[in-house]
Design a protein around this ligand. Sequence first.
Ligand code: LFR
Length: 494
Amino acid sequence: MSVPKRTEKSYHVAFDCGNSSFRTVLGIYDGESLKVEVIDQIPNDPVEVGGYLHWDIIRIFSGLKAGLKKAHARTGRIDTVGVTTWGIDFALLDEHDELVADPLCYRNTLGVEVLDGLDEQQRLFNWEHSGIQNHPMNSLYQLLGIRDKLPARYRAARSLLFIPDLLIFLFTGVKATERSIVSTSQLYNVMKDSYSDEILERYDISPGLLSPIVEHGKCVGVLTESLAQELGVNPCPFICTPSHDTASAVTALPSTEADQLFISSGTWSLVGAELTYPIISPSAADCRFANEAGVHDTTTLLKNSTGLYLLQEMKKYLKSSGLHLSWDEISEAAKSKGMDVPLIDPNHPEIFSTRDMFATLSRLTGSDDYEILLASCYVSLALCYQKTIEDLQQVTLKEFSEIYIIGGGCRDAYVNQLTADVTGRRVHTGPVEAASIGNLALQLTYQDPRLSLTDIREVVIRSTGQERDLYLPNRIDQDLLKRKLSEFAHVTHG
Ligand code: LFR
C-alpha cells in the first residue's frame, strides 16, 4: 500500500551514543526523505573510579540536553525524539529512583569469574534460553559480578535500566525498555520475545528489577515539564525505537531485498544477517553467533567482533607518544606494509580489556613497528570478516554475494577495499550515520504507523544516495590469501 505524502515538514532528533562519542542528530523529513544534520558531537570515554571503568552518565545527559536545545533552536519545534546507544551496559536505581552509581562499562572484567564458574551444561542452558552467546561482558554476567564484588550496589538496586532506557528516564521520568537493547543482556529470550523466566529464576534475579518492553513506534514518555521549561523546548514525545545502536544501524540498511549481509562497523564490527527467525542450532553455537532482536519483529544473527577499537586505541597511543596521525595517515601507513604481515585475533581476551594497545599488539605479533601493527589490524579485520561470512553461510544455509558496510567505520576506504578483495564480494558502503538515520526513520512510524520496514528503508535510500559507495573486489594473489587465512585460523584457534 502506498502511503500518502506529507506536505508539512517534521522535525526529529536522534540521540546516538557510542563508546567514543555521543551525538545529537536532527532529521528533517519532507514526506520523501530525511535531511540529516549532526547538531552536536561530544567525545565519550569511560572513567576509572575505584578500580572499575564507569560511564559519566550525568555528563552524557547534560551534553544531550544541550543538543536538544540546539536542535530546537534550529527548527522551533521537535516532533519526536529517539535514543540509541551501545548495548549491554545498564544502571541500577535505588528505591527513590536515584542512581546507585554511574553505570559500569562492559570492559570491566566483573563477569569473567562468573562465566568461568559455569560448566558446559549451564552455558548451554543460558544460550538456549536467550539465543545470545555467552560472553563475560553480557549484562547477565556483569550483574552477577556486581552481586559478588559490589554487593552494596546490588542490595540497593530496585530497578535496572539499560543505557538508552536510563537516558529516556532522565528526560521523561518513565521507566521502560525495548526489545533490541534488552536482547543484548542475556536476560531476554529472543524466541519467546519476552524476558527469560528460566534465566531469571536460575540465577535468582528479581523480575521486579526489569522494566516493561514497549513496542517500536509507540510513545514511551514525554519530555518532563521542568526540562521543557529549562531548555525552552516543546514537551516532545520520546518514541520507542531500536535503541541498540546495531539494530538502529541495521534499520538503515540501504536495500529492500530480504536476507542481506551487513557489517555494522564502528568500535565493534557486527557481522550478520537480518532474519525473520532466530537460529539456535549447534552450528550457530559453535560459530559463536548471537540472535539479537532487530527492528519490528526481525532477528539479527550476528557475530560481535572487535572492530575499529584496535585502530582507535593505536591512534590514541601514537598521539600520546607525540605522533599525531590523521585517519588517512593511519590507513596509508597500514597500506604501505601490504597484506603479508603478522596476524592477530581481534577477539583475543587481552585486547578486550587492554589499557595499552601498542604493548598488547606488539606482544601478540612480535613486532614493535607501529606501521606493521596497524597493517596487522586491518588485514586481521578483513580476514575475520571473511571467516565470519563463511560461518554465517554455513549456519543460515544462504549465499551472500554482497556486503553492506554501514556506520562510521565505512569511512575507511582501505578496510572497505580489503574486505572486497579478501571476501571476493561486492561491498556497498554507507550510510555513515546509519544508527542515527535508522533511528530517525523509525520515529516516522509514530506519526504514520502504516510505514513498513520496506517503506522505512526506501526513505533511507532516498536520503543517503550521495554518500553511498561501491567497492568491487580486485584480483589478489590467491596463494597469499590462502596462506593468510590459514595463519588467521591458527591465531584464532591457538
Ligand atoms: C556496538 C555494540 C555491540 C555491543 C557493544 C558493547 O556498538 O552495541 O553490539 O556488544 O557495543 O555494548
